[in-house]
Design a binder for this molecule. Structure first.
Ligand code: 3HC
Length: 295
């Protein structure tokens, strides 16, 4: 089967970026969310991002219109998935919610449709277990910003058919991404490796070894990272990092993977990172940021 129609469930940070990557690559895509407000917001973010590329001279106006012409939005799940060859679910990281959606997708989608979850934390095998097509489910872990970042981790749950993994790999390549395969284990590859970096950076802030800003500068200029670990932790969100680290720690029992107390304290203080403008930095309405003094 060659995938032509992609449906993305969830129009938030990841979902809108995945839909953008799909229509940019020439697929017809439907962006679904539960309310008109959410889908309109997601579609507006796609339009804004493309308009910026037109402004910069990287995309012609007619190309932008063609790309947008391939994007449909929907708040009706049955309608949104009825023609889908490949569904990418990118709803909030809640296993019960994902299982409920996959059970519905199983009934609503064509028998050959591949179902993918964009979880960065949860067991793909558990999500697949909610369907009667356990061999047709994979994880497609995109990275933020999804329209830009080249990597997609293809998570292979227990029981996935080789054919399913092959179609997922091929579809991600056609989407302009570089897919790599990984077994369904907590943290997969990237978050498993990023976790200890986030934890060590937080401990250094707590110890007063250096400021968050200087730690970020050190890793950008000394190690060539595009963003420092504190900025990147803000970008990912402390609540997401907490869920990821707790599940990785439960698996490895390695001290290096244990959630650093600072993230727990930040969450308790209502600081979730970039998403609510409060993390290692305060993100100001004018688009600038200033370091937050933790203690
Ligand atoms: N949406 C769409 N496009 C975006 C974007 C966004 N949110 N942010 C940046 N871009 C585009 C820009 O428009 C620009 O496009 P162009 O080259 O066509 O002009 C291009 O990306 C580069 O952007 P900028 O020049 O503005 O800025 P940078 O060169 O600093 O790049 C960045 C921005 C791509 C975000 C870069 O800082 C980066 O790579 N950061 C690291 C991101 C990262 O590590 N992400 C993974 C996080 S972990 C994760 O997602 C896992 C999950 O489970 C939590």
């Amino acid at each position: 089967m060659e995938v032509k129609n992609i449906t993305v469930l969830g129009a938030g940070t990841m979902g809108h970026g995945i839909a953008q990557a799909a229509v940019q690559a020439g697929f017809d895509a439907v962006l679904y969310d539960i309310s008109a407000e959410f889908v309109e917001k997601g579609a507006a973010r796609i339009k804004k991002s493309l308009a910026k590329r037109v402004e910069k001279g990287k995309l012609a106006q007619d190309q932008m219109e063609a790309i947008l012409g391939r994007l449909k939005t929907s708040t009706n799940l049955a309608e949104a998935v009825k023609n889908a060859d490949f569904v990418v679910e990118a709803v909030p990281e809640n296993l019960d919610l994902k299982k409920k959606i996959f059970a519905e997708l199983d009934k609503l989608c064509k028998p050959e449709t591949i179902l993918a979850t964009n979880t960065s934390v949860l067991s793909v095998t558990a999500v697949a277990g909610a369907t009667s097509r356990k061999d047709q489910v994979v994880g497609t872990h995109f990275f933020n910003p999804a329209a830009v970042m080249k990597l997609v981790e293809i998570i292979c749950p227990v029981g996935a058919a080789d054919k399913t993994v092959e179609i997922a790999m091929d579809t991600m390549k056609r989407l302009g991404k570089t897919p790599i395969k990984v077994k369904d284990t907590p943290g997969f590859i990237v978050n498993r490796l990023l976790g200890p970096l986030y934890m060590t950076a937080a401990q250094m802030v707590l110890d007063g070894t250096a400021t968050a800003e200087d730690i970020d500068t050190a890793m950008k200029l000394g190690a060539g990272h595009p963003m420092g670990p504190c900025e990147l932790a803000d970008f990912g969100g402390f609540d997401v990092i907490q869920m990821a680290q707790d599940s990785v720690f439960e698996y490895t029992h390695s001290e290096a993977d244990k959630l650093n107390i600072l993230y727990r304290k930040m969450i308790e203080a209502g600081r979730l990172g970039f998403k609510n403008g409060k993390g290692f930095y305060d993100y100001l309405p004018d688009g600038t940021k200033k370091p937050f003094k933790v203690f």
